[in-house]
Design a protein around this ligand. Structure first.
Ligand code: NAD
Length: 382
């Protein structure tokens, strides 16, 4: 298939582009390289040294013979996006290209406005480009499990049957997100659902859990293909952040009680989930929703797991309980359904001690790159 991977220079997009290319798909990456610029703004970096996008795709071609075309530009520039569609005629458009940090979106008004403009307008442009230039193209959009929040009932996959005053309907599952970033994803979901209804677009919203790990079969093929790994208080996600803290002798910073429960998946499953969605497209007019995660843990459970394997490696690792910079329920019910992708063949890579040892070993190799002042949270929700 001809597949565009927007955001293909990022943490999830890069390994996904390689994986799809390795499966024989004709892959094009679109990215405006803004994630690299946000590192400059925050005086931060990836723990692993990442090559330029140009060098990455050149190395991939040298190793496999597969060409990945690249377009450097912004989804917010519609003329640019239109040109991408004209030249690539995509059958699937995988959309990772958004500002994805909740703390970044909560820095101040400018960052909240930027996040919602970048994400909501970029996604709206993609919907118009599909309508105008590739009406059969399947949109595969990365949403997040954070769209749902933590309701006191089971979280379904996108929809819930409601009985009210003696009548029944299947309605979109209620969303209670916890940051202006997460709200941008909810707005995206609404826009996509509406576009499916009025224009007959086919779309899959992948409500992804928090992704951990860094290597996939393809990124392991050469050091030039290594994936980025974020650890700072703004872009670092739980688990990867704990592993890097352990590697650098920093206490594992648990926010609040640590009882907050979230859903997780290995990056190796992210790439496979996107492949499954692409090869099993939604029907025309269908707004399909999958919850893309494999397990859930409380933040404290994760910190305890990391502490155990770090101590096995001889590292002196302790937990530090910080005042929670976020406003969120800490002690809550959490149970979410994730059967859609499993039914289409996903075989999960679970979070074993071996997996944790593996990631820890890689970050230990690069620990001298960590800028220690960036590890603690610096942004609050108040
Ligand atoms: P990332 O920041 O590493 O990658 C996003 C990429 O998109 C970057 O390379 C960036 O330069 C590019 N980009 C951003 N705005 C753009 C624009 N307007 N035009 C063109 N390119 C643009 O993020 P990631 O961790 O790879 O996440 C990818 C997607 O998956 C995001 O939409 C995110 O919301 C979603 N997601 C990620 C996680 C996670 O744990 N990483 C969890 C759930 C959902």
């Amino acid at each position: 298939m001809r597949i565009v991977v927007a955001g293909g220079d990022g943490f999830c997009g890069w390994p996904t582009a390689l994986h799809l290319s390795n499966q024989g798909h004709e892959v094009t990456i679109v990215d405006n390289l803004s994630r690299r610029k946000w590192d400059e703004e925050l005086h931060s970096n990836s723990v692993t040294p990442i090559a330029s996008l140009e060098d990455r795709v050149e190395k991939w071609k040298e190793l496999t013979g597969n060409e990945i075309k690249t377009f450097i530009g912004d989804l917010n520039h519609y003329d640019f996006l239109r040109e991408v569609f004209r030249q690539t005629e995509p059958e699937a458009f995988v959309h990772f290209a958004e500002q994805r940090s909740a703390p970044y979106s909560m820095i101040d008004r400018e960052h909240a406005v930027f996040t919602q403009q970048n994400n909501v307008i970029g996604n709206l442009n993609v919907l118009y480009a599909i309508k105008e230039l590739a009406p059969d193209c399947h949109l595969i959009k990365l949403g997040t499990m954070g769209e749902y929040g933590a309701p006191n009932i089971d979280i379904e996959e996108g929809y819930i049957e409601i009985e009210h005053n003696g009548r029944k309907d299947v309605l979109p599952y209620p969303k209670q997100p916890g940051s202006f970033y997460h709200l941008s994803k909810v707005h995206d979901s609404h826009n996509i659902m509406f576009a499916c209804k009025i224009w007959g677009i086919r779309a899959t919203d992948l409500n992804q859990g928090i992704v951990y790990g860094l290597h996939t079969n393809e990124t392991k093929m050469d050091p030039m293909l290594v994936n980025r790994v974020d650890y700072d208080g703004v872009f670092g996600t739980a688990l990867n952040r704990f592993l890097i803290q352990a590697a650098t002798g920093h206490d594992l910073t648990v926010y609040g009680s640590g009882k907050q429960t979230r859903s997780f998946l290995n990056i190796e499953d992210t790439v496979r989930c996107v492949q499954i969605a692409a090869e099993n497209p939604a029907d025309k007019g269908e707004f399909r929703v999958f919850n893309q995660f494999t397990e859930y843990f409380s933040v404290l459970e994760l910190a305890e797991k990391v502490k155990k394997i770090a101590q096995e490696k001889g590292l002196d690792t302790e937990l530090a309980y910080l005042e929670n910079p976020r406003i969120e329920p800490e002690d809550h019910y959490y149970h979410a359904v994730n059967t859609g992708l499993r039914e289409l063949g996903l075989e999960p890579h679970l979070l074993t001690d071996e997996v944790l040892h593996d990631i820890l070993q890689t970050v230990i190799e690069h620990k001298d790159r960590v800028i220690k002042e960036n590890v603690l949270p610096s942004i609050t929700w108040k």
